[in-house]
Design a binder for this molecule. Structure first.
Ligand code: F6P
Length: 329
C-alpha cells in the first residue's frame, strides 16, 4: 500500500514525531509513504517531500532526529481551492496519478472537514491524527501540541509573575483558543492565576472587580488573569479596558502570547502521544478502517468518526474550573 501523509491548518509541536511514527511504522509493515508538503494546497499542486536521491518516497532516514523539532518538516497551510468541487476532483486525480491508496492527515477540525469532503469523491482510506494546540477535538483526551503550548504559556506566566510582584500589578495574559478555553484553563491552573476568562463561561466584569478588591484587601500584591482569545468579551485588551472602567484596584498590563505558543520543541508528553497515534493510524488503515481520527481516551487508543470529532463543542472540565476558583484565594 502507498500512504500519503501531510500536516494541515495551524501547526502544532508534535507533528514531527507523528510523521516519524507514521513513516517508520508503515515501512516496518512493508508499505510506502509519500510526504505531501503544505497540506491540501501541496496535494493539489503535487508538492512532495523528496529524499536525498530526489525520489518522492520517504525513507527511514528522512525522519531521523525530527522528534525534537517544533513545527513540521512538511510545512502546513490552509487551502481555499481544496474546499471547492473542482479542488476536490483535482485532489482525486493527483492521488490516483501517484497511486496513493490511503491518507493520514495531521491537523484539527478544518483538516478533518476537508477529509470528510474528500471521502465523498475518493475511495481510498483516510485516518487522521489530532494535531492542534487547541485540544478542542472530541475523541481524544489531549491533542498533539496542547501540552507543549501549555508549558510555553505557563513559563510566560511564571516570568510575568516576577515583574507583577515587583510592581504590584495585574497582568492580563491572552492565550490561543479561538473557540476553546482549554489552553487558558490549564495555563491558569498550572500558573496559579487568580482569574480565567473562557468562551465556555460568562466573563462577569463587576464580579471579577469585586473578587480583585477582596484579594487586594487580603494582601495580594500581584494578579494574573488568563484570557482565552475566544472569550466572548473579545480578548485581553477589551477585558482590560472593561476592568479599568469598572474600578479595577490594580494597575494593569496586557500581554498577548499569540503564535509563540505554537512553536518550540515538543514536550515529551506530545512526542509520546504523537508516536502512539501515528502508529495507531497506520495500523488502523492496514486493518481496513477509514473516515476516523485516531485518539487516546483514558489512555486507550480509539477511533472516532471524523464528523463526531468536530460536531459538538468539547467542554472544559468543570472540576478544574471549580478547583481554580477555590485555589485563587
Ligand atoms: O492552531 C489553532 C490556533 O492556534 C487557534 O487557537 C488560533 O486562533 C489560530 O490557530 C490562529 O491561526 P493562524 O494565525 O495560523 O490562522
Amino acid at each position: 500500500m502507498r500512504f500519503g501523509i501531510f500536516c494541515s491548518g495551524g501547526d502544532a509541536p508534535g507533528m514531527n514525531p507523528c510523521l516519524r511514527a507514521i513513516v517508520r511504522s508503515a515501512i516496518a509493515a512493508g508499505h510506502e509513504v509519500v510526504g505531501i508538503r503544505r497540506g491540501y494546497h501541496g496535494l493539489l499542486t503535487e508538492q512532495f517531500y523528496p529524499d536525498s536521491t530526489g525520489e518522492i518516497l520517504m525513507g527511514l532516514r528522512s525522519v531521523s532526529n525530527i522528534s525534537k523539532l517544533g513545527g513540521t518538516i512538511l510545512h502546513s497551510s490552509r487551502s481555499e481551492e481544496f474546499r471547492t468541487e473542482a479542488g476536490l476532483k483535482k485532489a482525486v486525480d493527483v492521488l490516483e496519478k501517484h497511486e496513493i491508496d490511503a491518507l493520514i492527515p495531521i491537523g484539527g477540525d478544518g483538516t478533518f472537514r476537508g477529509a470528510v469532503a474528500l471521502a465523498q469523491h475518493w475511495d481510498g482510506r483516510i485516518i487522521g491524527c489530532p494535531g492542534t494546540i487547541d485540544n478542542d477535538l472530541i475523541g481524544t483526551d489531549y491533542t498533539i501540541g496542547f501540552s507543549t503550548a501549555v508549558h510555553t504559556a505557563v513559563e510566560a506566566l511564571d516570568k510575568l509573575r516576577d515583574t507583577a510582584e515587583s510592581h504590584e500589578r495585574l497582568f492580563l495574559v491572552e492565550v490561543m483558543g479561538r473557540h476553546s478555553g482549554y489552553i487558558a484553563l490549564y495555563t491558569a491552573l498550572a500558573g496559579g492565576a487568580e482569574v480565567v476568562a473562557l468562551p465556555e463561561t460568562e466573563t462577569n466584569v463587576p464580579l471579577i472587580v469585586q473578587h480583585l478588591q477582596v484579594l487586594k484587601a487580603r494582601g495580594k500584591q500581584s494578579i494574573m488573569i488568563v484570557v482565552a482569545e475566544g472569550d466572548e468579551l473579545g480578548g485581553a485588551e477589551v477585558l482590560n479596558e472593561d476592568l479599568k472602567k469598572a474600578g479595577c484596584p490594580f494597575q494593569t498590563r496586557v500581554l498577548t502570547l499569540g503564535h509563540l505558543q505554537r512553536g518550540g520543541s515538543p514536550a515529551p508528553e506530545d512526542r509520546i502521544l504523537a508516536s502512539r497515534l501515528g502508529t495507531f493510524a497506520v495500523k488502523a488503515i492496514i486493518e481496513g478502517e477509514t473516515g476516523a481520527m485516531a485518539g487516546a481516551v483514558k489512555d486507550r487508543l480509539v477511533l472516532t468518526p471524523f464528523t463526531d470529532t468536530f460536531a459538538k463543542h468539547k467542554p472544559v472540565p468543570e472540576e478544574l474550573l471549580e478547583l481554580l476558583q477555590t485555589l485563587a484565594s
